[in-house]
Design a protein around this ligand. Structure first.
Ligand code: CA
Length: 231
């Protein structure tokens, strides 16, 4: 993955640069909006990670100019946890956003999701073991049996299924499915997971796993695999 980071905080730049290069990414860095715009327009990146508060030219201005000519996927980073910022970023053509501070693994998951989305059109069906999720009709089946899900449960299932095999924290699930920061109130996620599990994991091997202290993962594990599922 070829990534441009536009960020002025040295600590964040170091953290991202180290993490991404360790994961085999090629990384360019711009420490202000003007250099960021220049590099983003000149090169073809798989993703641009774009801070909002930047010297020279802010992230929204960079995004605006980039979008006039290119559809390079952009993840905005913002320290300001305001709805206005998110709405504005997405309205201006950002593909995703992360609120600082964020975990590196969460950024990585979003980057992978974005590049996958960009590489191929979204599949119409997600399949995990004998679980089939039809994104068009918004229906889910397990071993041929229809599963009755609420809109939120379906959104939760899709969020997990799109990141099959990746552990999602309660916080990132809260952001993705409820579009908000729950912070302390991640109980909502726990309750929803429990309900979803009671619907999808009735028959066959368990697909929705709890990873203690980390979050949840949807995957079909090989028979006899060690499990650390906790209720
Ligand atoms: Ca900044």
């Amino acid at each position: 993955m070829n990534i441009l980071i536009v960020e002025d905080e040295p600590k964040t730049v170091d953290y991202l640069y180290r993490g991404l290069t360790e994961h085999g990414c090629t990384v360019d860095i711009a420490r202000n909006g003007i250099d960021g715009r220049h590099l983003a327009l000149q090169n073809n990146y798989d993703v641009v990670v774009l801070d909002v508060m930047l010297p020279g030219l802010d992230g929204f201005a960079v995004l605006h100019e980039l979008r006039a000519v290119k559809q390079t996927p952009v993840i905005m980073l913002t320290a300001r946890d305001s709805i206005e910022d998110r709405v504005r970023g997405l309205g201006d053509g950002a593909d995703d956003y992360l609120i600082k501070p964020f975990s590196f693994l969460e950024l990585l998951a979003r980057l992978q999701a974005l590049t996958r989305r960009n590489r191929a059109q979204e599949p119409l069906q997600l399949v995990i073991g004998d679980l089939k999720i039809d994104l068009l009709s918004r229906k889910a089946h397990r071993a041929g049996h229809r599963i009755d899900l609420t809109a939120k449960e379906f959104a939760l299932l899709v969020a997990l299924a799109r990141r099959e095999g990746q552990i999602l924290s309660k916080t990132s699930i809260a952001e993705m499915v409820w579009d908000m920061n729950f912070d302390s109130n991640t109980n909502v996620v726990e309750v929803a997971i429990k309900r979803l599990r009671s619907k999808i994991d009735v028959t066959g091997p368990r697909l929705l796993h709890t990873i203690r202290g980390m979050g949840y993962v949807l995957e079909l594990r090989p028979e006899g695999a060690a499990t650390d599922d906790a209720e």
